[in-house]
Write a protein that binds this ligand. Structure first.
Ligand code: FAD
Length: 450
């Protein structure tokens, strides 16, 4: 059992840490138990020079170029290019059968990196908790776009970065591919409040599972949970915000009053995420055709275009040196894409942060932040789900660990996760605006599964 010692928070949590004992805080009650071990010089401890390990994997894909039966054309009402249904599809382009192209892999079984015994245990970029240092220049919470960008840029600026992510690290090939796997990855919490039932606070499933369903009175939300955040399960659409929307009073004055001020940042994001349109010489997509026809019926043909998406349509390393594969068009993008074609933050900003020495820790759920007792930054308190600690539910959120952020904490736990951490921190004494938690809205009206 870890030692349990009493800490006077005012005299400095680090003093307790220096004993080598685990330190946590029982919701501010200043009791301590702890697991942190001070380990120096741990960069690259995973040892396997991870990302380089991915180069050359493309060679393991089937690349014979042999034609397979086209389930696309039959299901879309065409056979061998002849129209049998309500719309026509072109004969497929020669590019399709090229190595790595959409038809170079059998439909029956989409091979993934994890299928290859040589690479099944591919390297990780997150570290075991034992390797966490007691203090960093910056602590980043969450690993989606917000957290990923902060970690990468701070690490590049020469800061010692610690990133804490509640979910697990999974790479293509390890995401759920069936309903049973997916249900096991579900985590739900919040106020379950359909109109016909009494409101009820609910909490269940695996808190480190990939899909977090958050119930609320009037609105529910789904977010991704894992190293890569919601970029692991989003729909890959890369669109810039409409200038009219940026005129809403909820936006900061600096954005409202300076039209186009975000353009240089879109360009920076595009340079990393490398969005591309669905190629014109790839198989026709029935849904795309249908949308085009609908635009015609609405006299909006001129507005119809293929949006850029953070999907790869060719093999090869991405902007951050991670080997990617061309899309196999599996449609698994919103559940976790196994074919290696999704440009998530895992394969871009986080890989980059890793490359620049950032330490990342998964299964680490941040609860709240306080000012450091010595006025040198902040203390970030978190519950660690690893090492089977999650089984000790009774006091799981009381027996917390901590890490010291000497200069800054970046909150990138998503709109809901960040607000939750801030409001809890406020309860624990951190000063902040009364507006935190107000005026939230969703980015979509409806989510449907079919
Ligand atoms: C199904 C779906 C499709 C979407 N499609 C698109 C699209 O096509 N185009 C588009 O632009 N946007 C899309 N979005 C929205 C977009 O993905 C999100 O707006 C974006 O990912 C938000 O980024 P973020 O960094 O703020 O948060 P997230 O990406 O949600 O990252 C937050 C991270 O913080 C972690 N976290 C939360 N709480 C804690 C805690 N207490 N401690 C530690 N870690 C924590 C979470 O596990 C998560 O990994 C989609 C979203 C969904 C759900």
């Amino acid at each position: 059992m870890p030692a349990v010692i009493q800490v006077d928070v005012d005299s400095g949590v680090e003093a307790a840490q220096a004993t080598g004992a685990d330190v946590s805080n029982t919701n501010g009650a200043a009791t301590v138990n702890g697991i942190h071990k001070r380990v120096n010089g741990v960069n690259g401890v995973n040892g396997t020079n991870g990302l380089n390990g991915f180069h050359g994997r493309a060679d393991t894909w089937p690349g014979s170029g042999a034609t397979r039966p086209s389930s696309r054309s039959s299901s879309t009402g065409t056979v061998n290019g002849n129209q049998t249904g309500s719309f026509a599809a072109d004969p497929h382009d020669p590019h399709e059968n090229e190595a790595g192209g959409p038809r170079s892999r059998p439909f029956a079984h989409i091979r993934t990196w994890a299928d290859d015994p040589k690479t099944a245990a591919f390297p990780r970029i997150s570290k075991p908790m034992e390797l966490m240092r007691h203090a960093y220049d910056c602590v980043v919470i969450g690993s989606g776009y917000g957290g990923g960008v902060a970690a990468s840029r701070m690490a590049r600026a020469g800061k010692h970065v610690c990133l804490l992510e509640r979910g697990k690290e999974r790479w293509p090939g390890e995401f759920p591919s069936g309903t049973t796997d997916a249900v096991e990855q579900l985590h739900y919490s919040g106020q379950f409040a359909p109109a016909w039932l009494p409101k009820k606070i609910v909490h269940g499933g695996d808190p480190t599972g990939m899909y977090h369903l958050i119930f609320g009175n009037g609105q529910n939300a789904i977010v991704g949970n894992g190293l890569g955040g919601t970029s692991l399960i989003n729909a890959n659409v890369f669109l810039e915000a409409d200038e009219d929307v940026l005129q809403f009073e909820q936006w900061p004055k600096e954005i409202r009053e300076k039209k186009g001020c975000l353009n240089e940042y879109y360009a920076k994001a595009a340079a990393v995420l490398e969005p591309e349109e669905y190629p014109k010489d790839w198989p026709r997509l029935p849904k795309l055709d249908l949308l085009k026809r609908q635009a015609q019926y609405l006299n909006m043909s001129e507005k119809f275009h293929r949006v850029k998406q953070t999907t790869r349509f060719r093999n090869g390393p991405n902007s951050c040196g991670v080997e990617m594969s061309a899309s196999a068009s599996t449609g698994q993008d919103a559940t976790g894409l196994n074919d290696g074609s999704k440009t998530t933050t895992l394969v871009t900003y986080l890989a980059d942060a890793w490359n620049w020495g950032a330490d990342m820790f998964c299964e680490s759920e941040v609860r709240y932040i306080t000012k450091s007792p010595n006025n040198d930054g902040y203390i970030v308190y978190f519950a660690w789900h690893g090492g089977n600690r999650g089984h000790f539910k009774a006091n799981f959120h009381e027996d917390l660990m901590w890490v010291h952020a000497r200069e800054a904490v970046f909150l990138g736990a998503g709109a809901i996760g960040t607000t939750e951490i801030l409001l809890r921190s406020k309860q624990m004494g951190l000063k902040m605006s009364d507006k935190v938690g107000q005026n939230m809205s969703g980015n979509g009206d409806m989510l449907a599964f079919g």
